[in-house]
Design a protein around this ligand. Structure first.
Ligand code: RB5
Length: 155
């Protein structure tokens, strides 16, 4: 299913596109100071880049269990989420506020939170990530996640 985590979340896969160049270091510092280990998959350059490249890298880290959860930031969080959801068995969610950050973990078993550097203030980005990481999946939603996986297998 989305990788349902039963143990404490520790390892994070982190990826951004060029829109998040100015904030990416601050988000990482915030998470590291909260005790998380971060594997940074880029983008670290000055030019522009293509967000699907980083969505793929972070999604692979989830699939191989190198990371417990993933964080993807592009301009809106939408492109990253579309790209990451193309990878079988990965669930990514764009989260617009604290509530959707919580529900993405609790109801949707999301592996990856996607956020927008152009739509969301730095403090809100950090806060939403924290809520997402601290919220556990509720088993009562398992049947629905299984159905999503069935759809993925069939189409
Ligand atoms: C890049 O200009 C922008 O399209 C990208 O960051 C993202 O917002 C796509 O969804």
């Amino acid at each position: 299913m989305g990788n349902i985590i039963t143990h404490k979340i520790k390892k994070l896969a982190f990826g951004t596109d060029h829109t998040a160049t100015k904030i990416r270091g601050k988000v990482k510092n915030y998470l590291q100071s909260s005790g998380y280990e971060i594997e940074d998959f880029g983008f670290n350059g000055d030019s522009s880049c293509d967000y699907p490249d980083f969505a793929l890298k972070v999604s692979k880290a989830i699939l191989t269990k190198r990371a417990d959860k993933g964080i993807l930031i592009c301009g809106t969080g939408i492109g990253m989420s579309i790209a990451a959801n193309k990878i079988k068995n990965v669930i990514a969610a764009t989260c617009w506020d604290e509530n959707t950050a919580k529900l993405a973990a609790q109801h949707n078993a999301a592996d990856i939170i996607c956020l927008g550097s152009r739509t969301t203030a730095l403090d809100d980005i950090c806060h939403r990530i924290e809520i997402f990481l601290r919220t556990q999946f509720e088993e009562r939603h398992s049947q629905r996640i299984k159905k999503i996986k069935e759809i993925e297998k069939q189409y």
